[in-house]
Write a protein that binds this ligand. Structure first.
Ligand SMILES: NC(=O)c1ccc[n+]([C@@H]2O[C@H](COP(=O)([O-])OP(=O)(O)OC[C@H]3O[C@@H](n4cnc5c(N)ncnc54)[C@H](OP(=O)(O)O)[C@@H]3O)[C@@H](O)[C@H]2O)c1
Length: 270
């Protein structure tokens, strides 16, 4: 896949830019000279980030949007092109997690999560494809999860949304390559963001907090992978070893993963 190193003058859409990984990616893209279209539902947060970027000498625009709604994505994508005339890079980062046992997880929320974490990316890719094909180039980054590489107990619905996104990315990459469009899927493991509320931390295995990386470090490693032209990256890379073991020893690895995760839950088990 063709790498994207020189971001100067490129137009980049970042979904989920109102906090965490998305905000860090937006700041770093702007710092490297990209024009950044900030997408999320909390407009006040996007406005504050756009001001911060402008004060630092960068360029950004604000596009309130619920990625789970196709019509909202279509309107936002149109507004981005009106503002910047094109889209070179799309980063599908918007998403949310629930740490809850499947038996306790409401079906409505399971469906909403799929519409956000998976269909949100589908809607955005559909919107940017015609323009990228016309340009003869483009870059798409899907933010998956380690939970989309190895199923995580207590996050079953979330894991399913991220497996869906990983599957889409793997299958779609070769379809887009002939048009000069590159697709990278990045899989964060533990990044310190608002996603990890005290309630979530209480359900995580002890010592998880020691494994966190900062959103800034994650953003920088993601942009390095984009620059290299990678197609699929787990960040941090050392967790690839766990995935190798999972592929070689699926039964034992599932038992170990299950024991580690379930031991942290007060209500688990009959
Ligand atoms: N942090 C980690 O360790 C980790 C690990 C694996 C994967 N990830 C993935 O990384 C991505 C970013 O997460 P984060 O850790 O940065 O969490 P975060 O700080 O909670 O950020 C999530 C972002 O997604 C946006 N979002 C959620 N639902 C949306 C919707 N329906 N429409 C538009 N935007 C929506 C939120 O904005 P609004 O609420 O303003 O809409 C927010 O900007 C997610 O896809 C997450 O699954 C994170």
């Amino acid at each position: 896949m063709a790498g994207l190193r020189d971001l100067k003058g490129r137009v980049a859409v970042v979904t989920g830019a109102s906090s965490g990984i998305g905000a860090a990616l937006a700041r770093e893209l702007a710092r490297r000279g990209a024009r950044v279209a900030l997408v999320a539902r909390r407009e006040d947060r996007l406005e504050a980030l756009a001001r911060e970027i402008a004060e630092a000498g960068g360029e950004a625009s604000v596009h309130p949007c619920d990625v789970a709604e196709g019509g909202s994505v279509e309107a936002a994508a149109k507004a981005v092109v009106e503002r910047w005339q094109k889209i070179d890079l799309l980063i599908n980062n918007a998403g949310y997690v629930r740490h809850v046992l499947f038996a306790d997880h409401a079906v409505d929320d399971i469906e909403r999560m799929m519409r956000t974490n998976y269909m949100g990316a589908v809607h955005w890719i559909k919107q940017v494809l015609p323009g990228m094909r016309e340009q003869g180039q483009g870059w798409i980054v899907n933010v998956g999860s380690f939970a989309g590489k190895a199923g995580q107990p207590d996050e079953s619905a979330y894991s399913a949304t991220k497996f869906a996104l990983a599957g889409l990315s793997e299958a779609l990459g070769p379809e887009l390559a002939p048009y000069g469009i590159s697709l990278l899927c990045v899989h964060p493991v533990l990044v310190q963001t608002e996603m990890f509320t005290p309630e979530v931390m209480a359900r995580m295995p002890r010592g998880s907090e020691k494994r966190f990386m900062t959103p800034e470090r994650f953003a920088s490693e993601t942009l390095a992978a984009l620059g290299r032209g990678d197609v699929d990256v787990v960040i941090p890379r050392r967790f690839r070893g766990v995935l190798l073991l999972r592929a070689l020893l699926p039964g034992p690895m599932r038992r170990v993963m299950g024991r580690v995760k379930m031991a942290a839950l007060p209500e688990a088990g009959p």
